[in-house]
Design a protein around this ligand. Sequence first.
Ligand code: GLU
Length: 305
Amino acid sequence: MLEYQAILEEIAHEIQPFLNEGNVASYIPELANVMPTHFAMSLMCVDGRSFHVGDYEKRFSIQSISKLFTLAMAMQRVDESLWERIGKEPSGSAFNSLIQLEYENGIPRNPFINAGALVVTDIILTHLKDAHATVLEFLRTLTQKDDINFDFHVAKSEAATGYRNQAMANFLKSFGNLEHEPSRVLNAYFHHCAIAMNTQELARAGLFLANQGIQPWLKEPVLTPRQAKRINALMLTCGTYDSVGDFAYRVGLPAKSGVGGGILATLPNHFTICVWSPRLNSKGNSYAGTKALELFTTKTKLSIF
Ligand code: GLU
């Protein structure tokens, strides 16, 4: 039996020199107000065991990790027609790039780049009375934590400076790939990105992805095994920005990262692992977080490969 707690502690120690590498995201001004040297790691096994190290109780802005949960919600409500509006291929360009969208007639490459997530948000707006509240409720149910909430400062800060996302939403609308007004889609999207959670809560929330769609403490499955498999496949191929190849090479786990410095990864049928450290590498993934996951899969020899 692997000594997970000892391994996490070893990693927390070895990661120290890397905590000064990279830069905290500042294009959303409020995200820069974080102590850059935070580090946390949480492992949640499908058998219920969990292990944590560092600042695992400190909440941070989950940003694009929310795209996993909004995609799961859309897949619960919409059939294959979802994929008529969004692709399933890595983009090979930045998460907020506009160029590809023009060439590809307003069909985003995948649900994990911003354009794709805006379409996912548009879809859930069609099916929900209140997309703000229902996403929060979903995360509260998944974690069984009633106090998970938006960080309204972050949502406001992004709304005030999100010109690129505004351009993207307008662009999608011009191609007929948004049903709702861009401002409504953006407002919901900015709030989803601004949800605050810690590594312990994220590892717990994502467990269904590693467990064939089942959240052990809930009566109903969250997704079918096939849907969970599909989200994992998209995480592996599209989940870590324009460096999915490097990430798969170094870490070897399906993962979704966010510019708040969090990364949620899975080893299907075994565990979820969430890491947080706010300084990012040039592609937008947590610098020390990626390194910590690489150390974890190297030390444990556990990966999907
Ligand atoms: N809210 C951020 C944006 O739309 C999310 C980016 C990310 O975490 O990838 O720019």
